[in-house]
Write a protein that binds this ligand. Structure first.
Ligand code: 5GP
Ligand code: ZN
Length: 115
């Protein structure tokens, strides 16, 4: 927990979030500014700043985050139509909140171009 981290504060309940899934390791909540009908952020409870700050042991964690996203895509009814998983990293990668998170975006046809 980093007290000045927005997502840590949502994880602890200090700031409200529309939480759709949580377990001992992972929390998922709806993005406050959704870019599609389904836009969920999946993140570790533990404060990890970004992919750049992941340790060697965190590989399994990101795998569980992806599996969590797949389960949520199924729950949201977007799994068959398709969806996008995005991890922004650092300023030029478009990361605004410095707590590692995976975006699950779906429910409309997304643009084919990246970047
Ligand atoms: P990033 O650009 O860091 O990959 O994504 C950060 C995301 O967090 C953005 O999509 C933004 O809309 C979302 N966000 C920012 N502040 C809040 C907040 O207070 N609550 C929630 N639920 N999402 C937020
Ligand atoms: Zn944090």
């Amino acid at each position: 927990m980093t007290t000045d981290c927005l997502f840590c504060r949502i994880v602890t309940g200090e700031i409200p979030g529309d939480i759709v899934y949580q377990d001992a390791e992972i929390v998922a909540f709806r993005d406050i500014h959704p870019v599609a009908p389904t836009h969920i952020l999946i993140l570790p409870r533990e404060h990890i700043g970004s992919v750049q700050e992941m340790g060697e042991c965190d590989g399994a964690l990101i795998g569980r985050m992806v599996l969590c996203a797949r389960q949520l895509a199924e729950q949201e009814g977007v799994a068959e139509r398709g969806y996008r998983l995005v991890v922004n990293c650092g300023p030029e990668g478009g990361q605004v909140v410095p707590h590692l998170h995976l975006h699950l975006i779906g429910g409309r046809k997304l643009d084919d171009s990246m970047g």
